[in-house]
Design a protein around this ligand. Structure first.
Ligand code: NAD
Length: 482
């Protein structure tokens, strides 16, 4: 992307609105370290206006009064308009966060459109009311699924478009309205989302976007006009939001960090497993929450796996994320690069053995060499803390029970994988793992199945019908007669 992207307004109440603050937030390319654009920083009063617009839209007949089929069709129009802008969205994300373009085309271009279409179908097919015979007294109860209300959706920078859509699509299907706050590193792509919403003629105020960092996020989370918070980000911020929402008795979905394991069984095909680990453990240069970054290998196969994983990692292309052959782009920011390098240094000082990588390469761009630590102890820092960069830790185990115990010996529980030539054995392992999702010889998110974490990885689930249900509240209406 060569030309700068300058945005001057905020998308609030279906209009482009001048911000109440003159402050601007610069966007820096992680590849060139040069500024590539900027956008306005919202003032607290802009958040007030956005929440008020969302509250008004929630009750207006053109949104609240839609039949399931009309709501589904509004969502489908939005999907079609976003589809037309998929390439623009993907390249804008790559320019901001360094995501390899092939991945961005799928995850940030196509996937948000797929999610809207999936939830449009669900909006049409999920009954809003059901009747039940009441007990113990004879009568009838109508159980209604009503929209939870105004949703504050807060997104991180690693997959800004699709993780926003994890929230927006089910919220729209439920009849909610939304105030989205993207991460300051990746806000420019949300302007494309706004343009699609306008072109799709979504009613004014159904989607609103405010800009800024943690301060604006905190202000939005605690805003009296918000009914639910949907957050994806770090565990530290999630704990803070959870405390605030607890005090306010405000429902919150918290999708947080991870430190998942790839459990390689003794019958696994080495080549297929190691090939599969590239995407299961290193997607988006390791800046993906569910990555299997602790690689558990049978002790008697430790050296063969260490060699194979080292050559796989060293063989993947590092470079310009706009080059389709690139697997590892730069990390999102200087701050993130320095965080990853300091964790690598700490692991080194704890006696970790590096078989490839371990440094920032010479030259411009927030790159970190893809790095493998061999012989890692599961109690060491590198095995316990989320790195969020291209760093794998190989941990040897003795027998299966030991491997399952190591997998579960983590503060987190978000993803994970098992690699085996016997799928039934893999499913048996999956049943024993303390996690919100788990893959057998793969790890592919499924729009139709719940996704989320246990332990420090979060609360609640997104995706699937369960994701829709999290934007609905239930009302029981008791009738005296059947
Ligand atoms: P972050 O927590 O710093 O920020 C995430 C978003 O929250 C940003 O928009 C930020 O401005 C905002 N924010 C930060 N503190 C806030 C607060 N106290 N109140 C309200 N808003 C606040 O996280 P990040 O660095 O942008 O993202 C990386 C983290 O996100 C990693 O830990 C990663 O594991 C996690 N993540 C989790 C998932 C998942 O689905 N579980 C997916 C992607 C990323």
């Amino acid at each position: 992307m060569t030309s700068r992207i300058e945005r001057d307004a905020l998308f609030i109440g279906g209009q482009w609105r001048a911000p109440d603050s003159a402050a601007r937030i610069p966007v820096v390319s992680p590849l060139t370290e040069q500024e590539i654009g900027s956008f306005p920083a919202s003032a607290a009063t802009d958040v007030d206006t956005a929440v008020a617009a969302a509250r008004t839209a929630l009750r207006r007949p053109e949104w609240a009064g839609l039949s399931p089929i009309d709501r589904a069709n509004a969502i489908r129009r939005f999907a079609d308009e976003l589809d037309k802008r998929a390439e623009q969205r993907a390249t804008t994300v790559t320019a901001q966060n360094g995501m390899p373009i092939g991945l961005a085309r799928f995850a940030e271009g196509a996937a948000p459109v797929q999610l809207l279409r999936y939830y449009a179908d669900l909006a049409e097919s999920t009954p809003i009311e059901e009747q039940r015979a009441s007990q113990p007294m004879p009568g009838t109860t109508i159980v209604r699924r009503e929209p939870v209300g105004v949703v504050a959706a807060i997104a991180p920078w690693n997959f800004p478009a699709v993780l926003s859509m994890f929230k927006i699509a089910p919220a729209l299907a439920a009849g909610c309205t939304i105030v989205l706050k993207p991460s300051p590193e990746t806000t420019l792509d949300s302007y494309v989302l706004a343009e699609a919403a306008i072109a799709a003629r979504l009613p004014d105020g159904v989607i609103n976007i405010v800009t800024g960092g943690p301060d604006i996020g905190q202000y939005l989370v605690a805003h009296p006009g918000v009914d639910k918070v949907a957050f994806t980000g770090s565990t530290a911020a999630g704990r803070h939001i959870g405390r605030v929402c607890g005090e306010l008795l405000r429902p919150a979905t918290l999708e947080l960090g991870g430190k998942s394991a790839a459990l390689i069984l003794d019958d696994a095909d080495i080549e297929q497993t190691v090939t599969g680990l590239a995407t299961a453990s290193l997607l988006n240069s390791g800046q993906t929450c569910y990555m299997s970054t602790r690689i558990l290998v049978p002790r008697n196969q430790k050296s063969v796996y260490t060699d194979a994983i080292t050559s796989m990692v060293a063989g993947l292309q590092v470079g310009d994320p706009m080059d389709e052959a690139t697997f590892f782009g730069p990390l999102v920011s200087a701050r993130q690069r320095d965080r990853v390098l300091s964790l690598i240094d700490q692991a080194r000082s704890e006696g970790g053995t590096i078989t490839t990588g371990g440094h920032a390469p010479e030259g411009v761009g927030y790159f970190v060499q893809p790095t493998v630590f061999a012989d890692v102890d599961n109690t060491s820092t590198i095995a316990r803390q989320e790195v969020f960069g291209p760093v794998l830790s190989i941990i040897a185990y003795d027998e299966l029970d030991h491997a399952v115990a190591l997998t579960n010996d983590s503060d987190y529980g978000l993803g994970g994988t098992v690699w085996t030539s016997d799928q039934d054995r893999g499913i048996d392992v999956a049943r024993r793992v303390e996690t919100g999702s788990f893959g057998v010889n793969t790890y592919n998110l499924d729009w139709g199945s719940p996704f989320g974490g246990v332990k420090a990885s979060g609360l609640g689930r997104e995706l699937g019908p369960e994701g829709l249900a999290s934007y609905q509240q239930l009302k029981s209406i008791f009738l005296a007669s059947p």
